[in-house]
Design a protein around this ligand. Sequence first.
Ligand SMILES: Cc1cc2nc3c(=O)[nH]c(=O)nc-3n(C[C@H](O)[C@H](O)[C@H](O)COP(=O)(O)OP(=O)(O)OC[C@H]3O[C@@H](n4cnc5c(N)ncnc54)[C@H](O)[C@@H]3O)c2cc1C
Length: 372
Amino acid sequence: MNVLIIGGGVIGLAAARELRLAGAGRVTVLEKGQAGREASWAAAGMLAPDAETETVDAMYRLCRGSNELYPEFAASLFDETGIEIELDRTGTICVALSDEDLEHLGGRMGAQKTAGINAELLSSNDIAGLEPSLSRDVVGGVLYPDNGQVENRKLVAALLEFARRNSIEVHENSTADELVIWNAKAVGVSVKGKSLEADAVVIAAGAWQSELLDKANVRCPPVTPVKGQVIAYERVSSLRHVVYGAGGYLVPRRDGRLLVGATVEDAGFNTDVTVDGVLSLRNSAERLLPGLAGREPDDKWAGLRPFVAGGEPVIGAVPGVSGLFVAAGHYRNGILLAPVTARLIADAVLKGSAPEIGRPFLPASGKEATAS
Ligand SMILES: Cc1cc2nc3c(=O)[nH]c(=O)nc-3n(C[C@H](O)[C@H](O)[C@H](O)COP(=O)(O)OP(=O)(O)OC[C@H]3O[C@@H](n4cnc5c(N)ncnc54)[C@H](O)[C@@H]3O)c2cc1C
């Protein structure tokens, strides 16, 4: 089977790898810019299904399922490419800077534990022992031992290296302008007036997902961009865990960088870094790590999270148009959800099947998705 994937972010590239491993014939990725340089580059790489949930629902099960795939995914990628994606399972700590915050965190943790989520309440002394450089204003917190992070830029590099070694063609600077649908079947796309044919087309175009589908009158839940700004400091080696608190998060990388994220903004497709955005991130960072006070960040960037109303992704076969598949709307969890999304897409394209864990995210499951 000849599969065309539109979008070379982690979702498109991970799907391309899985399709190749599962025996697809020809796999081609079209990327309008440089592969992996949009949201997948801007992300902080946190794998936080537990720390970010309020309830155990279908979305939590999808996130947790993907988190559980990560050790094997990282090890296989290393064997396949020699690139270490720095999977880290040290745990994630949510800290409270006031008694009120601690009460909220504790209440949430109680509900999470009842639902079977692995979490431990920490006193201020426990936290000082685990992370001595954190502010003395920290009054306590919660440790999520099964959460962690991955170096998402190395993940992109590994997926691209896999593509290079396994005859997946990745065409950069190549925009899919139109989806070609013939007799209710997706037969390819056009690029600068030239048609590229395929047996199956997978649209994994991140925040730009709706452009192609709208033009072809395929109605899928609209995907919109949600801007996030991030700052980074070099040579901050004092922190070991991912830490949430003070309205932001800190992600310590193995090379000594500390990422601080992220703003959540409705700014269309604008990715400018702003004075206000940087100030608010510096403020969160300095409240948590007083050692950073007065230090200018060494780097700053912004990216666009692909958002669907409700915050859940849409993954699978589009009803009414055979050979058409979508994988988008991963919002704040696209790095976490890449392994499970890739498997769901490979199953949908090659076997026509939809495993239980992915069914609530099918375009048809109560979500609008028809060709008209
Ligand atoms: C600041 C920030 C922090 C984040 N932190 C985390 C985190 O800690 N953990 C986590 O799990 N997730 C995080 N995310 C979310 C995560 O980055 C995204 O959900 C994920 O990267 C989405 O991947 P994608 O492949 O769908 O999109 P993208 O990476 O944006 O890739 C889509 C690609 O499609 C291409 N494209 C679009 N239209 C076309 C076309 N017509 N033809 C060809 N190519 C096209 C684009 O150029 C782009 O490269 C964060 C996001 C941001 C912005």
